[in-house]
Design a protein around this ligand. Structure first.
Ligand code: UDP
Length: 375
């Protein structure tokens, strides 16, 4: 089978640091290739993932531009997807397209008489109601958790072949650095991820907390400072930048609560694996939760609010703790050493390994192909 996997134009694959969708693609593709699938990757030119072919419009990731006004950036995703469509109309050796590009993916490919397509939806499905509310049932999609699909408009649920949980290569590695004292929030710094709640709790309890993750694409204090000092900078009023500067920064005392910026590679894995617990004080219904799955794989118990996909990923009391309120979250945090790290690792190997995800996607590929044939 030959599959064109479309990762979009935003970041290279694998991403050097933050990158939810690109991480998923980087996790899935090697496992598919181990199973004999040939992969054409549509991404940016400096992607380093080993594939059979790479196609791209942009030399490098366009993520930074995503923060600019719509009328300046609307062409990026369309240029990328038009290239994908042109590629598909010029060849007949692709059996299936596995698309990960939000809205523009299905919008462009629906008009093409090409191979069957499976669109994986990684985001909050209450977004784009005009588009998803009138979604054609014949287009195959899948979600990344049951709870995410449960909140989707009826039309989109009809098109859905089900949910496949996210996975991480860490589930197949055995990383065991010495455990530190710090708790960790790993993720984009934004209100939805709730870094301020984590900081408030840890400050109250006197527990060391590390916040890791970029702010609107900014990875260091120096980069953030440039934006903070310049009221005319395009990002100065960006909600995530304001959130960091106005809401999170007051908690950063350089000692108990620290922001270390965006981290990647070995540094990220070690910071993660040496944490006492990973905190998820989420202020939204998290659709997929890559970071939750990564924590489990590293034997780091997730402690979070009972929302979104968290109850599907974390078994309260066995592989982590889930709370309904901030106060309860603080109480569970004090009991985190009761969770057996081995139980977390076993769970991740059983449910969130690349092999498990690849086998499930192969099933969906067959179903998407069969669905097309029956039409
Ligand atoms: N991540 C990273 N470095 C950082 C912050 C995050 O490598 O500094 C990774 C994190 O480990 C996860 C992904 O980026 O693999 C974020 O995925 P998640 O689903 O948690 O967040 P979202 O896609 O909603 O931003």
């Amino acid at each position: 089978m030959k599959v064109l996997v479309n990762a979009g134009p935003w970041l290279q694959v694998p991403p050097p640091g933050y990158g939810g969708i690109e991480n998923v693609v980087a996790t899935l593709v090697p496992a598919l290739r181990e199973r004999g699938v040939r992969v054409v990757l549509a991404s940016v030119g400096d992607s380093t993932l080993e594939v059979d072919e790479l196609i791209s419009v942009f030399d490098t990731g366009q993520f930074a531009d995503l923060q600019k006004p719509y009328n300046q950036v609307m062409g990026i995703a369309l240029a990328h997807q038009t290239r994908v469509a042109r590629e598909l109309s010029g060849r007949d050796d692709v059996d299936l397209v596995h698309d990960h590009l939000e809205v523009v993916g299905p919008a462009v490919l629906a008009a093409l008489d090409g191979p069957p397509v499976l669109h994986t939806l990684h985001w909050d499905l209450r977004k784009h109601p005009a588009f998803y509310g009138d979604f054609p049932g014949a287009i195959s999609v899948n979600g990344v958790s049951e709870s995410q699909l449960g909140r989707a408009p009826e039309a989109l649920r009809k098109a859905s072949l089900g949910a496949i949980h996210l996975a991480t290569p860490l589930a197949e590695r055995d990383l065991r650095p010495e455990r530190g004292e710090h708790l960790l929030v790993m993720g984009r710094v934004c209100r939805l991820k709730g870094q301020h709640v984590a900081a408030r709790i840890c400050q109250k309890l006197g527990l060391p907390l590390v916040l890791a993750g970029p702010v609107s694409g900014l990875n260091t204090l120096a980069e953030l400072d440039v934006v903070a000092q310049d009221p005319y900078h395009a990002l100065h009023t960006h909600p995530d930048v304001r959130y960091h500067l106005d809401v999170v920064s007051p908690y950063l005392d350089g000692d108990l609560v620290r922001w270390v910026g965006g981290v990647g590679g070995q540094e990220r894995d070690e910071l993660y694996a040496s944490s006492r617990a990973a905190l998820f004080p989420i202020q939204w219904d998290e659709p997929g939760g890559t970071a939750v799955v990564e924590a489990l794989a590293l034997g780091v118990p997730p402690v979070g609010l009972r929302r979104g996909c968290l109850p599907e990923l974390v078994d309260h009391g066995r592989t982590g703790f889930l709370a309904d309120t901030e106060e309860e979250l603080a109480e569970w945090l004090l009991r985190v050493d009761e969770i057996d790290p081995e139980e977390c690792r076993r769970e991740a190997r059983r449910r969130f390994s690349p092999s498990v995800m690849a086998d499930r996607y192969l099933e969906l590929y067959e179903r998407a192909i069969g669905r097309r044939r029956s039409r």
